[in-house]
Write a protein that binds this ligand. Structure first.
Ligand code: 13P
Ligand code: SF4
Length: 323
């Protein structure tokens, strides 16, 4: 009680939130000539105010094409960094600068540099879920929607380092028949699903189809009848004749699935514990309030050293040129 009162007293008058955040954000959007880009793992109200909602590839493509002066990135740090690398002269805002990514963190540049140096004849294909410093050490970037396509474009005799996600890497190996040298990184969210509980759910709902993101562990992926990026999973649910789906990815995507197919039933894949740890703790740091404040204060903004930014740009462009 006391702390709440104190917090209210110390909050500056300027930071009092407007009653209608949606309307206030619309006004700021005009003032800043801003575009709001959001990932499917964001809270529903952020998805509802966004100009574009997409997977990592779609978001990078939108960031590359926008005429807006300001990009408000409702996603995690590596996504906003990608937007900044592609738009060095624009203001790129991230509502909460602490919105990181366990997968990106699992590949520290100071550890990756000697790993790469030990395999000087390999090309480096990096999943977009990595820091700008790792992108700067890569030959080409991929996302979960195009990893198979990008690896298939590389001559067969060429050795490939694939970083940082070992689960996506294993999936790509299976799909392409290529032998990739994997970095042993992973995502805390996609590793938390319980195979046992998913199998039990399938028994309970025999008509349900299990669909999964390729960041999931192989033991889980083998139960999935469809594997794809968040956008691919969304499209699959729309077009499939099935009515019930068990969704093995971050449950934020279910907001769009329900909007696109309101008569269908979407069951989030359960985690091993009785927790909400299938929700990405990094993505969920962004809130509508923080998004409003970021636009109001033009901060926090993404800032990158010129050296990293320039080195990281070419591998991203190579991926975008595939389309
Ligand atoms: P996509 O956006 O490629 O589906 O990847 C999901 C994810 O984990 C983003 O962090
Ligand atoms: Fe990173 Fe996993 Fe969160 Fe995606 S879901 S942002 S990979 S921690």
């Amino acid at each position: 009680m006391f702390t709440t009162a104190l917090a209210q007293q110390t909050r500056t008058r300027d930071d009092l939130l407007p009653k209608d955040l949606f309307a206030a954000i619309e006004v700021l959007k005009q003032e800043l000539n801003a575009v709001i880009l959001a990932h499917y793992y964001q809270d529903p109200d952020i998805q509802d105010i966004a100009d574009y909602i997409g997977d990592s590839l779609g978001l990078a493509q939108k960031a590359a094409a926008t005429n807006a002066d300001t990009i408000v990135f409702a996603g995690v740090h590596f996504m906003a960094e990608t937007a900044k690398i592609l738009n060095p002269d624009k203001l790129v805002l991230l509502p909460d600068l602490n919105a990181g990514c366990s997968l990106a963190d699992s590949c520290p540049p100071e550890e990756f540099a000697p790993f790469k140096a030990a395999h000087p004849h390999h090309v480096v294909v990096s999943y977009i879920n990595c820091s700008a410093a790792i992108k700067a050490m890569s030959d080409i970037i991929c996302t979960s929607s195009n990893a198979v396509k990008i690896v298939n474009q590389i001559p067969e005799e060429q050795g490939i380092i694939f970083a940082p996600d070992r689960n996506l890497g294993r999936y790509v190996m299976e799909q392409t028949g290529r032998d990739l040298l994997l970095w042993e990184g992973s995502c805390i969210v996609h590793e938390i699903f319980s195979e046992k509980k998913i199998v039990q759910l399938q028994v309970e709902y025999p008509e349900a189809e299990i669909i999964a993101h390729p960041e999931c562990e192989p033991n889980l992926l083998r139960h999935a009848s469809y594997i794809g990026s968040t956008t691919a999973l969304l499209k699959y649910c729309q077009t499939s004749p099935r009515e019930v789906f068990i969704i093995a990815t971050e449950p934020g995507i279910i907001h769009q699935m329900q909007k696109e197919a309101p008569s269908k039933c979407f069951i989030p894949a359960p985690p091993i514990n009785n927790c909400a740890c299938n929700e990405c703790p990094h993505m969920r740091l962004n809130t509508l309030e923080k998004l409003y404040l970021a636009m109001k204060h033009r901060a926090p903004e993404i800032v990158l050293s010129q050296e990293i930014r320039i080195a990281a740009k070419r591998p991203i462009e190579r991926m975008l040129e595939c389309y």
